[in-house]
Structure formats: C-alpha cells, structure tokens
Design a binder for this molecule. Structure first.
Ligand code: DAH
Length: 338
C-alpha cells in the first residue's frame, strides 16, 4: 500500500509541474483528488484494511492529500500570473476600448437659472451688483421707507444677528447701497441669498432673489412693464401670459406684483398654482421718493423702477419642481436630473 502511495506522489508531482495551463492543472487535480481520483480511491478503500494498517496508511494518505493540494495551489498561482502577463504582452494597449468618462459635476439648477436671468438683463444693459448678506437694519428696512413701526416689517420674519444687524430679508438693500455710491443713470441687477424665518413646501429659511433697479430721467411704469414682459417672454416663452396686479411695497409707489400663467399646467390649474392657473413671480414698482431722498437723489429730476424676482420660484416653474426643499437637500438623485 505504501508503495502505491509513493507512486501516486511521484506521478502527481510530475503532472503538476508539467501542467501547461490552468485548465490542464484542473484536469490533473481531478485525476488525483476528484471523486474517482487515484488518491480518493485509496482513502475510500481504508475500510477494508485491518485496524493497524488503516491507521498508518490513513495518516500517510491524508498527508499526501495535503501535499498535493498545496502543490496544485502554488502551480495555479504561477500559471495565472503567467497567463495574465502573456495576455498583456499580446495586447499591450487596446486603443479601441471606449474611454472612461471622468465623473464631472454640473451647475446647480438655481445657479443655471440665475445665470440665465442675469444674461437676459445684461443684454439690456444692466450691470451686476452685490451687497452683504449680513446687513444693517438701516439698509434692509429704514432706508427703504420701512421704519421701525412699519407694519410691512411683519411680513418678513427677520433673523436678527444682534440689535440693528439682520440677515437680509430681501435683495432690495443693494439698491440703496448702489445709489449711495453712484449718480444716475443707474441700471443694475443684484442676485443673492436672502433669509426669512419661514419653512413649508414653498418656503425655505434661505432662498434666492434677483433685484433690479433702473433710474434715469423720465423712466415710466410703461418702461417697467415692457422690460418685465420682455424678460418673461425670453425666459418662459412667448405663449406665457403675463399680468400686472396692484400690490404694496413701502419702497415703491405705485407697486405691482407680476403673475404669469402657470407653466406647469399651462393655466388649466394644478398643485403648483394652487388651481388658479397663475403664479406670482415678482414684486415691482416705481421707486418711492422717500428712497431717493434717503440716498440724496433729486426726486424732482429722476424717476426709476425696481423689481425683486424669486429665483427659486421660477426654477420650480421651469422644471415643475413641487417643493422648494428639493433645491437645498443636495440629494444626487434629484441633482443628477439637471
Ligand atoms: N423686496 C421685495 C420682497 O422681497 C420684492 C420687491 C418688491 C422688490 C418691489 C422690489 C420692488 O425692488 O420694487 O418681497
């Protein structure tokens, strides 16, 4: 019996060393260790031997099995690396493989819409201005004809940083900052973040506005209306309906709000327009003489118009987004759609 094991060992070692590839090696494994393999047969026949023989032959046979397994594994690793290298040598560089696309990011839908709006107004000759997000109460309210006790302050739940300093609730203070530094004619737009203590499906405590201001000799409400109509047609398309509704803002007189026909349902009524067919997109009006007075402009000589546009609102309309919060959650499943 021992001789037989010796035979198996010699033959297995020889065949393993000679196996030219992984497939041949696997056949060798089956020949010795498979269900009908030479060594398996020996192990299976142990039961026919006497107690003493069974113990000594069993031990040797199991040792041999372990040895063959190790030899098989070593040869396999060797063959595998060799085969991979051979393959690599055969095709060092496959120029026909499609390239790997780098994962590049993209602009946030709010940024894209803001840039589009800015582009439209720049073509009309407006310049881009900016102001601080942490603003004084004076610029955010008082200079805009909204003194301490004005009821209009109630409409903008304000975050106070400390007495006299607020997170700006609107981009309108940029109007005043610009007029303080420049003489008419002035034509600016001011995009930026604004903050209000407000949160539901259509309100976020931080959102975006674009302010517009034009001051010159003889500016009229017709100029304001024409400019806004042009903007709406450019941004939403010529088929969009546009309506001027009387409104109130302390810093404009007269004041108006602009509604457009809902671009989601085309005016037939849906969730976004609360079934009215119309959506408000901005507030506007003719600059109040009190505002001119606070910046030292001669309100006998100059007139002007101003407007404040909600970027979030028009982004939601453009893409039929049902909740403003999608814009701020940074969920890639949402952002990758743009
Ligand atoms: N600041 C206003 C708001 O946030 C919007 C606004 C209305 C801006 C009328 C204006 C304007 O410049 O003339 O509600």
């Amino acid at each position: 019996m021992n001789e037989k094991l010796e035979c198996i060992r010699a033959e297995a070692v020889r065949q393993i060393e000679l196996a030219p590839n992984v497939r041949a090696l696997e056949e060798t494994r089956v020949r010795f260790l498979g269900r009908k393999g030479a060594l398996t047969e020996v192990l299976r026949s142990l039961g026919t031997l006497c107690e003493e023989e069974r113990r000594s032959i069993g031990k040797s046979a199991n040792e041999l099995k372990a040895q063959i397994t190790v030899a098989l594994d070593q040869r396999k690793t060797l063959l595998e690396t060799g085969e991979a290298e051979a393959r690599a040598l055969e095709h060092p560089l496959d120029l026909t493989l499609p390239g790997r696309r780098p994962a590049i990011g993209r602009l946030h839908p709010l940024t894209r819409v803001a840039e589009e709006v800015i582009g439209i107004f720049r073509e009309l000759g407006f310049q881009v201005a900016s102001g601080p997000e942490v603003e004084t109460e004076y610029y955010n309210f008082d200079s805009l004809n909204t003194p301490d006790d004005h009821p209009a302050r109630d409409q903008q739940d304000t975050f106070f940083v400390r007495p006299g300093i607020v997170l700006r609730t609107q981009t309108s203070p940029v109007q005043v900052r610009v007029m303080e530094k420049t003489q008419p004619p002035v034509a600016i737009i001011a995009p930026g973040r604004v903050y209000r203590h407000d949160a539901d499906a259509s309100h976020s405590p931080m959102f975006f506005q674009i302010e517009g201001l034009l001051v010159d000799h003889g500016v009229s409400l017709a100029d304001l209306k024409g400019t806004l109509l042009l903007f709406v047609h450019r941004f939403f398309g010529r088929e969009t309906k546009f309506r001027f509704r009387p409104g109130f803002f302390p810093f404009t007189e007269p004041s108006a709000e602009v509604d457009i026909s809902c671009s989601v349902c085309k005016g037939t009524g849906c969730r976004v327009c609360k079934n009215s067919g119309w959506v408000e997109i901005l507030g506007c009006g003719m600059v109040h003489p009190e505002v001119f007075r606070s910046v030292g402009y001669d309100y006998e000589q100059y007139t002007g118009y101003a407007f404040g546009l909600g970027i979030d609102r028009i982004t939601m309309l453009r893409h039929s987004i049902s909740s403003i919060h999608y814009l701020y959650e940074n969920d890639l499943r949402f952002l990758e759609q743009f």
